[in-house]
Design a protein around this ligand. Structure first.
Ligand code: ADP
Length: 517
């Protein structure tokens, strides 16, 4: 009998959409499908999603990707999941939804995050669990629900994340992988178990959470009707997989020593892989699980591509509209404008904390600013400074990461920002390292699929990813720009430290005046 090729399906349940990508087992994309869903933000600080809508999107993304590929169900060796971190859904005893999915971007647990950090032993919890104490974390969200919505809290049988809900709907079990769990703030990294102290603080027990399993855990036995709907076989193994951040490191082949992956999509992050869990004595970095032997240390920024989006919509509105009218991509047009200004924007600095900041400040009250404005500055300087500010902000995470894992040598850059040659070059110049852009496939989906191969014993090591990921662009630092950025860096880095009190006062002012409107 002729040997049939095998395929693997990586599914990423993200914040804006669910993407399903069917790959050959050599990592070539065969078909893909994405289904978007909205973020629900009707009150200040709220960022929720409808779990049913996401579940339907997962089904539709899978069935469309498989359907478009015309691949036989028997040839699909596995389905493996990636998912956004930090989501919380309250469910009742029969799995009924009692709340929406409260996403990582929801800030309503802010006051509780401060209390946990300042008064309730938050730093020790962080050191054990690897998740910074921040409103994004399920730890802080469950604390907030307990006090803000006590009736809901009392009725809740379990607090679960989005991927857990999808798997429950498909297989009837409440399971959470170590990777998603390691981003809850409730998972003890050394014991690989729920953290007793964190659960005690919340007044819950392990029975209120899902059962912990390694990221390589797999399930099969999909109901025949569901298998048919998805275009799969009931016997197709489903690998639980990991979170989207750690899988993106795997998907861009940044899992070796000294390698650092920097992503700037809407938000941004810097991440490196080490072989054991490590937390930062100053609390600046996260540590999330990929496998028992791969842990991802890094820091997220709230303000990545969203800053360029803001520049496009709020600052350079006319220029963006003109570009659009001329049939050009406004981002490309604005990048061209910024190119007309030299590195360092002739002494204009931009701090991009428009959405507060996570790493390395972990200060939801931080605010954005232009510093150094002078009459010789015009809009082109402001655009350039904004792009540089995003890179400086990511660069400020590097010392915390290197403090834990040692020097980094290789940088892989991903996300929407990598479409701009100017922005990529800024990264090489500010980081003073060669920047490589991996071939752009959906990296979290590819990471999930490769983890799936490893989980099912089809490959011995995650290193097979090396042969699957090519590179597109390479940038080496330009000495002249490096010299300019080196002079600006200490000035940039000093500002947020000097303004801590003013950030707090101003954000308090904003909250109060916004409430009166
Ligand atoms: P997400 O994080 O939502 O998946 P992307 O990775 O697609 O999003 O990143 C979106 C961001 O990429 C935009 O906010 C913008 O800052 C940036 N971007 C998109 N296109 C370009 C471009 N041509 N040049 C520079 N930046 C771009």
């Amino acid at each position: 009998m002729q040997h049939q090729p095998e395929y693997m399906l990586g599914v990423d349940i993200g914040t804006t959409s669910t993407k399903a990508v069917l790959f050959t087992t050599q990592g070539q994309v065969v078909a893909q499908h994405a289904v978007e869903y909205p973020l629900l933000c009707t009150t200040p600080g709220m960022a929720e999603q409808d779990p049913l809508q996401i579940y339907e999107a997962v089904l539709s993304a899978i069935s469309n990707a498989v359907g478009d590929s015309h691949v036989e169900s028997a040839q699909i060796a596995l389905v493996s999941f990636s998912a956004a971190m930090h989501s919380v859904i309250a469910v009742g005893p029969d799995g009924e939804l009692l709340s929406n999915s409260i996403t990582w971007g929801d800030n309503r647990a802010g006051a509780w995050a401060n209390r946990i950090r300042d008064e309730l032993g938050g730093h020790e919890i962080y050191l054990r669990t690897g998740t910074p104490i921040h409103p994004m974390s399920p730890l802080c969200k469950i604390m907030w629900l307990r006090h803000d919505q006590p009736q809901l809290f009392a009725r809740t049988a379990r607090f679960v994340g989005m991927k857990e809900y999808v798997l429950y709907r498909l297989f009837g079990e409440w399971l959470v992988d170590h990777s998603i769990a390691s981003a809850t703030g409730m998972f003890n990294l050394q014991q690989l178990d729920w953290d007793h102290g964190a659960l005690e603080l919340l007044g819950i027990g392990p029975q209120h959470l899902s059962k912990l399993v390694p990221t390589t855990h797999h399930l099969s036995g999909l109901a025949p009707a569901m298998a048919q709907q998805l275009g799969l076989s009931p016997a197709t193994p489903f690998v639980i997989g990991a979170n989207d951040g750690v899988l993106s490191n795997l998907g861009v082949n940044a899992i070796g020593p000294g390698q650092v992956a920097v992503t700037i999509g809407t938000s941004g992050a810097m991440r490196s892989v080490i072989d054991k869990p490590l937390t930062d004595p100053s609390g600046r970095t996260f540590c999330y699980a990929l496998t028992a032997k791969h842990w991802v240390v890094g820091g997220p920024t709230n303000n990545g591509g969203s800053i360029f989006h803001w520049v496009r919509n709020e600052l350079a509105t006319a220029e963006s509209a003109a570009a659009k009218a001329a049939g050009l991509d406004p981002y490309d047009a604005l990048t061209k404008i910024a190119e007309g200004v030299s590195a360092g924007a002739e002494g204009l600095l931009f701090h991009p904390y428009l959405a507060g900041e996570r790493a390395p400040l972990w200060n939801a009250d931080a605010r954005g600013s232009y510093f150094g404005l002078a009459t010789h500055h015009g809009k082109p300087h402001m655009i350039r400074a904004a792009l540089e500010g995003v890179i400086f902000s990511l660069y400020s995470i590097l010392p915390a990461v290197e403090g834990l894992i040692g020097p980094t040598t290789h940088m892989m850059a991903t996300g929407g920002f990598a479409r701009s040659a100017l922005w990529r070059q800024m990264m090489a110049d500010i980081f003073e390292r060669e920047v490589v852009v991996p071939q752009s496939v959906e990296s979290s989906c590819l990471g999930a699929a490769v983890l799936g191969l490893y989980a099912l014993g089809k490959v011995d090591s995650l290193d097979v990813i090396g042969a699957m990921v090519g590179s597109t662009h390479r940038h080496v630092p330009i000495a002249e720009n490096v010299a300019l950025y080196r002079r600006l860096w200490p000035i940039y880095a000093a500002i947020p430290k000097l303004l801590e009190q003013q950030y707090r006062q101003l954000s308090q002012f904003q909250r109060e005046t916004a409430a009166r409107d």
